[in-house]
Write a protein that binds this ligand. Sequence first.
Ligand code: C2E
Ligand code: MG
Ligand code: MG
Ligand code: MG
Length: 292
Amino acid sequence: KAKVEGGQGFRFYAPAMNARALERLDLEHGLRRAIEKGELILHYQPQLDLRSGQIIGAEALVRWRHPERGMISPGAFIPLAEESGLIVPLGEWVLREACRQNRAWQIAGLPPLTVAVNLSARQFAAGDLVALTAEVLTATGLAPEYLELELTESAVMADTEGFIETTRRLKALSVALSIDDFGTGFSSLSYLRRFEIDRLKIDQSFVRDMVHDPGSAAIAEAIIALAHSLNLAALAEGVETEAQLRFLRARDCDEMQGYYFSRPLPVAEFEALLRVPRRLEFPDDSPPPQRT
Ligand code: C2E
Ligand code: MG
Ligand code: MG
Ligand code: MG
């Protein structure tokens, strides 16, 4: 909405709006070609077990290496891809590339791990996600146990019955399923007992604030308790500090990922990490979790 103050505001604001709309068009146009031109790449962020300290998985996170603009983060183009429908071919590329890469690591003799791939709500509505997943697993030779799909509450809300049916069929393939950014959506919790998922990913906003803010602490604790009572694993996202690590260990959280251990890494760096496995070190006064 143009903010008109004595006429001046409008004159200054309108060209800015146009520039932004043009930039948007330009980005959308570029994104359409980015896949074919090989401009998309995946970075991998390690996921760690909070008992053993070992790397158990890697989340694949897409980046766009733009020829003129340099590296663009997903926050700047995933929303655009979702609105334009480009998320469907983009998401298919990510799924295939992540499975291919994980299989390549296994063939190279690196310790086996699960690769987690983010899915948008729109990928549920478009085509047959289950058939695509099955086809990608066959084509890449990756065993389904080594693939995890990260779903969001927005996918649940868009079409709950369709979501339950699709996830039931995905579980029948033996892939792992998680709910990303858990606690930030507005879906009813009742779906949690109607389909088989494997883990809840505690949204990083709660993790960021839980050490200082009692409200965030209560929510993080409640999510861990909810996960455990439903026999799911709880993974904390965005762990940056030792205090957060200590908090999570004391509350029996199962897994974590975050800058505290590692940022998302380019393939070569992630591989180096797997070759000389680095463990997560726990603070001396951090008690081992009780649950086994
Ligand atoms: P997400 O799936 O919740 O991924 C976690 C985001 O948090 C990543 O940002 C990651 O780099 C960042 N992160 C990890 N540890 C820390 C930490 O300790 N502190 C902070 N401040 N941030 C941390 P990124 O890579 O920019 O991705 C942002 C979002 O873009 C993702 O959130 C996901 O929703 C979306 N996204 C990324 N790749 C894909 C994709 O291939 N497909 C789809 N549909 N969405 C994607
Ligand atoms: Mg994710
Ligand atoms: Mg998340
Ligand atoms: Mg997120």
